[in-house]
Ligand binder design. Structure first.
Ligand code: ADP
Ligand code: MG
Length: 682
C-alpha cells in the first residue's frame, strides 16, 4: 500500500465533506495529511510556580480554595474570580467572559490552568482550563498547532492526524539515504513524522523538526543539483568553436574598452560555451555595470561558431531598446539582428519567423514570444535572458524537448550575496560583474520630505538648464492600477504647468505598446526633458543624458526596487542625482531611506536589505525562484540549506548516482519530475 495513493477518506472519521475541506488545504492523500505539519506548538506541560515567568504563558495545577465569584459588566461581559492554591501559594485566577464555568469552579476541586502569569499580583488570566477529575487531555503535553479553517478545527485536525498515524504510521517509508541519516544523526522518517505531530517534549520535537527540515531542503537541492550534474556530464550540449582572435576583433569595434571585470566574466562564459556541456550560468551585476555588452560578446561568439543567438527580455519596451543597441553594436561585424514581440503585425512576425527558420536572422531579440511553439530556429546556440525574467529549469526543458540544447546565460541586476546566490540558484554557475565602467561618478542620493516638493522642482530646473533630463517616478499603488495611472496623469499635468517651456513625457501601464515606444523614444532623443512614469521604467532603460531620478512616495518601494530605479541615471559622464521623496512612518521605512543615501553599491544595498528583511523574506519574492517550504524557514534554517546543498552536490556528482540501488528512492522521486523526462536519462 502506498500512502500517496490512499485517499484521506480511508482514515476513520473523515467524511466526504471533511475530505472536500481538506482538499482546500492541498491535502488529498494520507501522505499529504501526514505531511501536513504544525507551524508551532502549544506547551501545556505543568510548571512549578518558580518556573513561571512574568508576562508569559504558563500552565499550572492547584486546588481551588474558594467558590468562584462572578461579576458582570456591560454588554454581556463578565469576569470570574477564584483563589487557587498552587505549590502552597494562593494564586488569584481570573476568567473573562466565561460565566458558564462558574458552577464548575468549586472549592476543593483540582484544576489545571493555562494563561498569562503576572508575578507581582500572583495572578493568572486563564485562557484554557481543565479538571483532572474529568480526565484532563491537553495538560502535561505539548500540542501541535496547525493552520486550520472552515469546519476543520484544531482539535479535529489533531485527532484525525493521530488516527492516520495509528492506522498507517507503520507504512511511512524512509526517503533519505542511510549514509546521510547517519552522517547528521537524524531520526528515521517514520519516527520523525510521528513525533513532529505528537512530541512528548520540546527537545524531541526539535529533533524531529530538524530531520524533516533537512529532508525538505535536501530534496529541493537534489533536484537542482541533479539537473546541474546531468546537463554538465551527460547532455551533449554545443561545443562552440570560437577563437580568441575573433572575440578580440569584435571587442575592438565596441565604442569603449571592456572593464577588467567584464573581460573576466566574458572568459568564464567562453569557457562554458566552448565545452561540450550545456552552459547554465547566472551573470549578476549591479545596474549599469554593463551586462548588455557582455551578452553581446557571448551572442557574437555563438554567431561566429555558426549558430543563432536569442536575447529574451521581460517587456516590449526593453526588447525594442535592446534590438536597437544590438543592431548598432553588430553593424560593423555584419551580423543580422531581428526583433520579435507580441504586438508586431502578423506579416512582420511571419517574415521574422521565416528568417529564423532559414538562419537568415542570426540574433533575435524578443519577449517571451521567443519560446512559443511557432518559433523554429535553424540552429539555436545561445539563449540570454535579461533581468527579472529568470529562465527557469522548466523553460529550459521546453527548449530541450524541441530538440534544442542551447547554452543559457541568465542576467540579473538584483545582486544577491554570494552564498545566497549559490543556494537560490543551486543549478547554476555564477559570474559576477563587480566593477562599473571607468569614469562613472557615484550617484548622489538625497532623502527629502513631501513638504520640500518646491525645492525638488527647482532641482529639475537646474538640471534641464544644463541640458540634462529627469525621471519622475510615481508611487505604485498595489491595490489599484487605475489609481496608479491617475497619479501619473495628475503629476504630468502639474509638471506641465510648472514648466511650460519644457516638454514633459508620460509613461504608464495603460498605454498601448506603440504609445509607450513613442514616449520612450522622445525621451531617448531629448525631445522630452522630463519623463513622468510609473514603475515601467524600472528595468533596463538606458538614457545616458538623464541625470536626475526623483521617486515619489519612495517608502512604498522595496530597497532593491529603489536601487534599480536609481540605476536609470548615472549612465553617462555627468554627475547624477537621486531624490527620494518620503515621509516614512515605520522604522524600517526610515532605515531603507538611510541605506539609499549611504551607499549606491548594489551589493551593499542587497546586504543591508538582507539584514532588514532576513533571508526568508528576501527569498520570498517572485524573482528569487525559491519555492515556499512547508517546514523550513530560511531565516533560521539557512545553515541547513547550505549543508543540504553540499550533500546533494556531492551525491549527484557520483558516477553511479542514477544506478546505485541504495539511492533507488531518490531516483524515483526525481524521475517523477518532468524536468528529468525524456532523453536525459540513460
Ligand atoms: P546593465 O548592467 O544595467 O545592463 P548596461 O549594459 O545597460 O548595464 O550598461 C550601462 C551603460 O554603460 C551603457 O550605456 C553601456 O553602453 C555603458 N558601458 C558598458 N560597458 C562599458 C565600458 N566598459 N566602458 C564604458 N561604458 C560602458
Ligand atoms: Mg541591462
Amino acid at each position: 500500500m502506498k500512502l500517496d495513493e490512499l485517499s484521506v477518506r480511508q482514515i476513520k472519521g473523515v467524511s466526504a465533506q471533511k475530505e472536500q475541506e481538506l482538499h482546500a488545504f492541498g491535502v488529498h492523500t494520507v501522505a499529504d495529511l501526514l505531511d501536513y505539519f504544525p507551524f508551532r506548538y502549544e506547551d501545556y506541560r505543568i510548571r512549578g510556580l518558580g518556573e513561571a515567568k512574568d508576562g508569559e504563558k504558563v500552565t499550572i495545577q492547584g486546588k481551588i480554595m474558594s467558590d468562584a465569584l462572578l461579576s458582570r459588566f456591560g454588554k454581556g461581559k463578565s469576569r470570574l474570580n477564584c483563589r487557587v492554591a498552587v505549590d502552597g501559594v494562593l494564586v488569584n485566577a481570573i476568567w473573562f467572559n466565561r460565566h458558564f464555568l462558574k458552577d464548575s469552579l468549586t472549592a476543593g476541586r483540582e484544576i489545571v490552568m493555562t494563561g498569562k502569569w503576572e508575578q507581582r499580583r500572583l495572578q493568572i488570566t486563564v485562557a484554557e482550563s481543565e479538571f483532572p477529575d474529568r480526565g484532563a487531555s491537553r495538560s502535561g503535553s505539548v500540542q501541535p498547532v496547525y493552520s486550520v479553517g472552515g469546519s476543520l478545527t484544531q482539535s479535529w485536525i489533531r485527532k484525525t492526524i493521530h488516527q492516520a498515524l495509528t492506522q498507517y504510521g507503520s507504512l511511512i517509508e524512509e526517503v533519505l539515504p542511510f549514509a546521510l541519516i547517519e552522517k547528521h544523526g537524524l531520526m528515521a522518517r517514520k519516527e520523525a513524522v510521528a513525533i513532529v505531530h505528537q512530541p512528548e517534549n520540546a527537545e524531541r520535537g526539535q529533533a524531529a523538526r530538524r530531520r524533516l527540515v533537512y529532508e525538505e531542503l535536501f530534496l529541493f537541492q537534489l533536484k537542482l543539483q541533479a539537473y546541474r550534474a546531468l546537463t554538465r556530464q551527460k547532455v551533449q550540449g554545443l561545443s562552440h568553436v570560437v577563437g580568441a582572435e575573433a572575440i578580440r576583433q569584435f571587442a575592438a569595434t565596441l565604442p569603449f574598452e571592456l572593464t577588467d571585470s567584464q573581460k573576466k566574466v566574458v572568459n568564464e562564459i567562453l569557457i562554458d560555451m566552448r565545452s561540450s556541456g550545456c552552459m547554465n550560468r547566472l551573470l549578476q551585476g549591479d545596474v549599469g555595470a554593463g551586462k548588455t555588452v557582455v551578452a553581446a560578446v557571448a551572442l557574437f561568439a555563438t554567431v561566429t561558431a555558426g549558430y543563432q543567438g536569442a536575447l529574451m527580455v521581460p517587456t516590449e519596451i526593453l526588447a525594442e531598446q535592446h534590438y536597437r543597441s544590438l543592431q548598432k553594436l553588430f553593424a560593423p561585424a555584419g551580423v543580422e539582428v531581428g526583433l520579435l514581440t507580441g504586438s508586431m503585425t502578423e506579416r512582420r512576425k511571419r517574415d521574422v519567423l521565416a528568417g529564423l527558420q532559414m538562419g537568415l536572422i542570426q540574433i533575435i531579440v524578443g519577449t517571451h514570444a521567443l519560446i512559443q511553439d511557432t518559433v523554429h530556429f535553424q540552429s539555436l546556440g545561445l539563449v540570454v535572458t535579461d533581468e527579472q525574467h529568470r529562465f527557469g529549469v522548466n523553460q529550459r526543458s521546453v527548449l530541450r524537448r524541441k530538440g534544442l540544447n542551447p547554452d543559457v546565460l541568465t542576467m540579473t541586476a538584483t545582486p544577491i550575496p554570494r552564498t545566497l546566490a549559490i543556494t537560490a540558484f543551486g543549478d547554476m554557475d555564477v559570474s559576477t560583474l563587480n566593477e562599473r565602467p571607468k569614469g562613472r561618478k557615484p550617484i548622489k542620493t538625497y532623502w527629502v520630505k513631501h513638504s520640500m516638493l518646491d525645492r525638488v522642482l527647482g532641482f529639475i530646473r537646474q538640471e534641464t538648464d544644463l541640458g540634462r533630463q529627469a525621471y519622475f517616478i510615481c508611487p505604485l499603488i498595489e491595490e489599484s492600477e487605475k489609481l496608479d495611472v491617475q497619479n501619473a496623469i495628475d503629476l504630468h499635468i502639474q509638471l506641465q504647468q510648472a514648466f511650460p517651456d519644457l516638454k514633459i513625457g508620460l509613461l504608464h501601464g495603460r498605454m498601448t505598446p506603440a504609445e509607450k515606444d513613442a514616449s520612450m523614444d522622445a525621451f531617448g532623443r531629448n525631445e522630452a526633458q522630463v519623463l513622468v512614469a510609473t514603475t515601467v521604467v524600472e528595468v533596463g532603460v538606458d538614457v545616458p543624458n538623464a541625470t536626475l531620478m526623483i521617486i515619489m512616495d519612495a517608502e512604498r518601494f522595496g530597497l532593491s526596487q529603489l536601487h534599480q530605479l536609481r540605476g536609470r541615471v548615472g549612465r553617462g559622464e555627468h554627475q547624477s542625482y537621486c531624490v527620494l521623496i518620503a515621509d516614512p512612518k515605520s522604522e524600517v521605512g526610515r532605515e531603507r531611506m538611510k541605506v539609499m543615501t549611504e551607499t549606491d553599491d548594489g551589493f551593499e544595498v542587497a546586504r543591508r536589505d538582507l539584514d532588514l528583511r532576513g533571508p526568508g523574506d528576501f527569498f520570498g519574492t517572485k524573482q528569487s525562484g525559491v519555492p515556499e517550504f512547508k517546514l523550513a524557514n530560511l531565516d533560521t534554517d539557512l545553515a541547513v540549506l547550505e549543508q543540504a546543498r553540499d550533500d546533494a552536490a556531492e551525491l549527484t556528482r557520483r558516477e553511479d548516482f542514477w544506478t546505485d540501488p541504495a539511492l533507488a528512492r531518490l531516483q524515483g522521486i526525481l524521475r517523477q519530475d518532468q524536468l528529468f523526462e525524456g532523453d536525459l536519462l540513460d
